[in-house]
Design a protein around this ligand. Sequence first.
Ligand code: ZN
Length: 150
Amino acid sequence: MSDLSDLYQELILDHNRRPRNYGRPETPNRRSEGYNPLCGDHITLYLVVDGETIRDVRFEGTGCAVSKASASMMTEALKGKSLEDAEILFQSFHRLVTGCPELGGKGPALGKLSVFSGVSEFPMRVKCATLAWHTMRAALEGRPEAVSTE
Ligand code: ZN
């Protein structure tokens, strides 16, 4: 796994050390849990959704650098977004880390989430990177029970 060093770019390391939006909002109205048994990553995601807008999104959990950084950067990307944009971002991010070409032009850009493109070369890590996103989707669909990447 020595090739992984390229993957742990500075931004990912920074978000792992100092995760943004870590904790529980006072009044979350969406919540879900995600678990990646292959790596041991575990996340609880909380959202405050107001109509069609994600007002707040926070997470708690334990896991590897990729899973924590992905959750941290996802929360930054989702705040203030519409539910529709959140779904488009989910799909764009999923394509990025699975090595498929981007949708192109439609919806919000991935921006700094693009640092996760290197993950596509490491199938084991794809589940770490997408865990928070699958959990977000489950929360928005009203599925609070634990999501597993398996
Ligand atoms: Zn992991």
